[in-house]
Design a protein around this ligand. Structure first.
Ligand code: SF4
Length: 480
């Protein structure tokens, strides 16, 4: 796409008190150019506004152009937010991985959940994983020129033939040359390996991790591959027939843990870092204790579900819990059943707060057909079904829903909103966000809402009145 044909970037918000607000830029208007250059994405935008004088070409909501001149500090933000980070559209995936989660959804899921992104801009901006199989020379050149590092790369296997089979793309076999390109340009990346039993496990997994570790050794003081995450393949009942994939069971999980833990010992000796970390799901699937906090170093793969449970538990231990609640409160906390055991100490500690009864409701997803479900995959239907079997639900003062299962801050993957869940269950719902502090805050919000009579809920017939209490946030996804 040529620069001249780029669409203007639609402005979704203007931060109060910002430079953009001062000069009267409004949400709903669009940014055409900065100092005569049309940005193709948020990355261009950030580079282009890093000037002391900026001239913005703005279209108002009727499409009428105007120019806005601004003087600013070179690092000063304008205070604009955009509907999308990619003004020229999403770079889509060119692979056909049999384990692709997007192909394992029912066709009626909303259209945005069927988009297969494989876009290095999203990787740089938000840490989503990409495969590097769809980049023309100009995009490689841009990554090097703008120093877009670190990126997050789905490697899966370093053996060229195996990676091509896994991604169903002959270009996938170039991964080792591409890692060498990163090294040559002093750019860095984090890697992930999604383990599909019978495909890239066993000796292939060992080879892949050793190949990646070779790129961890610094050249001129700079390591290329900063970390690797080893993740079990996730399968649902909607996967295409004949995909030749086998789910990870407890025995396979124990085998992979032992294999990777053996390699980790060597990595710590040779690299001074554990380097390759196992996603939390392995320990949950195997019924094994999570490693201690120090195992995860600075948690380089937290967004990929590596160490997030340990971090939650460690942070919870640091919390100073209130000794009691001013008035008694009975609360039900919804989680995926994969974390049921891991969260028992949290529930026990919370129940030492006098006046609080916190009950865990661990749910396996019937929607996805999984016996062990991580919280982020729960659907609204799963929650409603599970609540049907809760004895005397009306005796609860509130329901805690995990924010991580609400993909746009409002709705579950099956499009049910948390408000619809609240309306159907007839008790107040509070979304839990932000780690263990968010859990305590959610309980306090429920308690304070009752104390000050600020909760209202049309569905609570005859009960205390209740209302939505938290603002929506966006959950992260694992990506390619
Ligand atoms: S898993 Fe990722 S790379 Fe593979 S087909 Fe799906 S979106 Fe593309």
């Amino acid at each position: 796409m040529s620069r001249a044909s780029l669409k203007p970037a639609r402005i979704s918000a203007v931060l109060p008190g910002s430079l953009a607000a001062e000069v009267g830029i409004q949400p709903g208007e669009a940014l055409v150019s900065i100092n005569g250059e049309r940005p193709r994405d948020l990355i261009d935008y950030r580079f282009l506004i890093a000037e002391e004088c900026v001239s913005l070409e703005i279209l108002n909501s009727q499409g009428i152009p105007r120019t806005v001149e601004l003087e600013k500090g070179i690092d000063e933000d304008l205070g604009l937010e955009f509907e999308t980070a990619l003004f020229d559209g999403l770079i889509q995936c060119a692979n056909a991985c049999p384990f692709c989660f997007i192909d394992q959804q029912p066709p009626e899921m909303r259209a945005t959940l069927h988009l297969k992104d494989d876009d290095y801009r999203l990787s740089f901006l938000y840490g989503s994983y990409l495969t590097l199989t769809n980049l023309p020379a100009a995009e490689w050149e841009r990554i090097a020129r703008l120093r877009l590092s670190p990126l997050y790369v789905s490697v899966h296997a370093t053996d060229p033939e195996l990676r091509s089979r896994l991604l169903k793309n002959p270009r996938a076999g170039l991964i080792l040359e591409q890692l060498a390109w990163f090294r040559q340009h002093r750019l860095q990346l984090h890697a992930q390996v999604v383990v599909c039993p019978g495909w890239n496990d066993g000796d292939h997994l060992t080879r892949t991790l050793l190949d990646l570790a070779a790129f961890r050794r610094p050249v001129d003081g700079i390591p290329t591959v900063l970390s690797a995450a080893v993740v079990p393949v996730g399968l649902t009942r909607f996967r295409p027939p004949g995909d030749e994939l086998v789910p990870v069971d407890a025995a396979k999980a124990r085998e992979v843990i032992q294999q990777v833990e053996t390699l980790q010992v060597g990595f710590r000796q040779t690299l001074g870092s554990t380097f390759a970390w196992l996603a939390d799901e392995w320990y949950l699937l195997a019924g094994r204790e999570l490693p201690p906090a120090e195992h995860y170093e600075d948690y380089p793969q937290l967004g990929n579900g590596v160490g997030s449970l340990r971090l939650f538990l460690s942070q919870f231990e640091q919390l100073k819990l209130p000794p009691e609640l001013p008035s008694p409160l009975k609360v039900l906390w919804v989680v995926g059943n994969a974390v049921e055991q891991a969260f028992q100490p949290v529930v026990e500690q919370m129940n030492r707060i006098r006046g609080l009864q916190l009950d865990l409701l661990p749910i396996a997803s019937q929607f996805w057909g999984q016996t062990l479900t991580v919280t982020g995959l729960l659907t609204g239907q799963d929650v409603l079904n599970a609540l049907k079997s809760v004895e005397n639900l009306a005796a609860y003062d509130g329901l805690l829903l995990p924010q991580i299962a609400l993909k746009d801050g409002e709705r579950f993957l099956d499009d049910l909103t948390w408000q619809e869940v609240q309306a159907q269950v007839g008790i107040p719902v509070v979304r839990v966000d932000g780690g263990p502090a968010g859990l305590v805050q959610a309980v306090q919000q429920l308690e304070q809402g009752y104390a000050y009579g600020t909760l209202c809920c049309s569905a609570t017939l005859g009960r205390r009145e209740t209302a939505p209490l938290t603002r929506p946030r966006t959950a992260l996804s694992r990506g390619s």
